[in-house]
Design a protein around this ligand. Structure first.
Ligand SMILES: Nc1ncnc2c1ncn2[C@@H]1O[C@H](COP(=O)(O)OP(=O)(O)OP(=O)(O)O)[C@@H](O)[C@H]1O
Ligand SMILES: [Mg+2]
Length: 409
């Protein structure tokens, strides 16, 4: 059965709504994309409900227009430095005789793990089972049907600040779209860019976006550590704007076109003609100097990532190294800088094996957006599609010209 699934990634710089059709043979086909510049979001968190709502609505409307579906509910990404995670264990007695462990027993074990003291101003976002122990035998992936007296589960519990969560929920619901689930952004990004082999071996995912750097560590196939840091690409741009006394938009363009995370790779005589504040309005800037500004902040970000890996206690257990995604992963030279600073293999990850409207999506900046669809597919049982075909919709001719062959029905 074909299943329609919608994801909304509310980032610091962009809001991206994707509509996907999933079926058993083809995998995921993207039939709607709506990207709008983000407003009212800072460091991954809603700071202005009206502005954020409008940006989300714009993105949803675009995705509806292109897909021809009316969106009723979606998986929504959540990030921000308020998110935190702990590992917790739940134990229950089982007495099912021949039938072995039943789904209800697993549910009880998860509830037991979940029963930790959480401050009243925080909410549980995810309770992710990492592995089970059945009558003392650990490392069990799926205990269903196993005969046992005692079932233990190791979980990774992710919580967030109630106020930040509610502000995001309010923005999305005000647009008239319900929420299937809130998904922590690095979990979504991980779905889109990590391979099963990497997750098994041990890997760090770092999604360096505009306002946040999301980190997730996977070992033996499951999540062990997550954290959201409040630093990202916008900080690099800000540094350039201040360092070169130029407007933010100019700084952003300079970073993307000419910025380099390894200034030593740049010819010291190379100069750029740059807009500046004040009289005259132009200045000559050394590209190497620009890149030194970029490097300083990028180094700081990797320093934070390095500390986080250390803090997790899993350094030395991560042979698959680091996978970078998020828009800042497109920064020239970032792979080499990351490898040198973290002393681990580094690869840039982008969503792959997509069908449909894929041209902009196969880039590291869209890892979360695509991953939200994949997370929904993997973790939730299929249910009736919560979107409707919009009967009045027809693809305009100009749009058809841009679509891949199989899309133009
Ligand atoms: N080629 C590039 N070189 C350097 N930086 C880039 C490049 N392309 C995009 N970026 C940066 O990536 C950032 C946006 O990344 P992304 O779209 O992943 O962020 P976001 O999801 O909106 O924000 P967040 O996840 O932090 O809330 C911006 O700061 C942008 O300047
Ligand atoms: Mg993002």
């Amino acid at each position: 059965m074909e299943r329609i699934i919608v994801g909304i990634d509310v980032g610091t710089t962009k809001v991206c709504t994707l509509v996907g059709e999933a079926d058993a043979e083809d995998g995921l086909r993207i039939v709607g994309v709506g990207v709008a510049p983000a407003r009212g979001i800072r460091k991954g968190v809603v700071v202005n409900v009206q502005e954020a709502t409008r940006a989300i609505a714009t993105s949803i409307e675009k995705a509806e227009r292109i897909s021809g579906y009316e969106i009723e509910s979606a998986y929504v990404g959540l990030a921000g430095a308020h998110v935190s995670a702990i590992n917790s264990r739940g134990v229950v007695a089982v007495n099912r005789g021949e039938r072995g462990i039943q789904p209800a027993d697993i549910e009880r074990a998860l509830d037991a793990a979940r029963a930790i003291a959480i401050p009243h101003n925080r909410e549980v976002l995810h309770v992710i089972p990492r592995s089970y122990t059945v009558d003392g035998d650990d490392g069990v992936r799926n205990p269903l049907g196993m005969q046992a007296y005692r079932l233990e589960v190791e979980t990774h519990i992710i919580t967030g600040a109630t106020s930040s969560i509610h502000n995001l929920v309010k923005c999305v619901q005000t647009t008239g779209v319900g929420i299937d689930a809130l998904v922590l952004e690095p979990l979504a990004s991980g779905e889109a860019v990590l391979t099963d082999v990497e997750r098994e071996m041990g890997v760090i995912l770092a999604d360096i976006g505009g306002g946040t750097t999301d980190i997730a560590i996977f070992i033996e196939g499951s999540i062990w550590h997550t954290v959201v840091l409040a630093t990202g690409g916008e900080h690099i741009t800000n540094d350039i704007a201040i360092g070169l006394r130029t407007p933010f938009t100019t700084a952003e363009e300079l970073k993307i076109k000419h910025g380099h995370a390894r200034p030593q790779a740049i010819n010291p005589n190379e100069t750029l003609d740059v807009a500046a504040f004040g009289e005259g309005g132009r200045q000559q800037v050394s590209r190497q100097f620009l890149s030194q500004i970029v490097e300083a902040r990028a180094e700081e970000i990797f320093d934070l990532i390095r500390q986080e890996i250390k803090r997790s206690g899993y350094d030395g257990l991560l042979p698959a190294g680091v996978v970078l995604c998020g828009g800042t992963a497109d920064l020239t030279g970032i792979r080499d800088l990351a490898r040198d600073m973290l002393n681990l293999p580094v690869r840039i990850g982008a969503p792959q094996e997509l069908h449909g409207l894929v041209d902009i999506l196969e880039s590291p900046a869209y890892a979360t957006s695509v991953g939200l669809l994949q997370w929904g597919l993997r973790h939730d049982a299929p249910r009736p599609a919560r979107v409707r075909r919009n009967g009045h919709f027809k693809l305009p001719g100009w749009l058809k010209a841009f679509l891949p062959e199989r899309q133009k029905s």
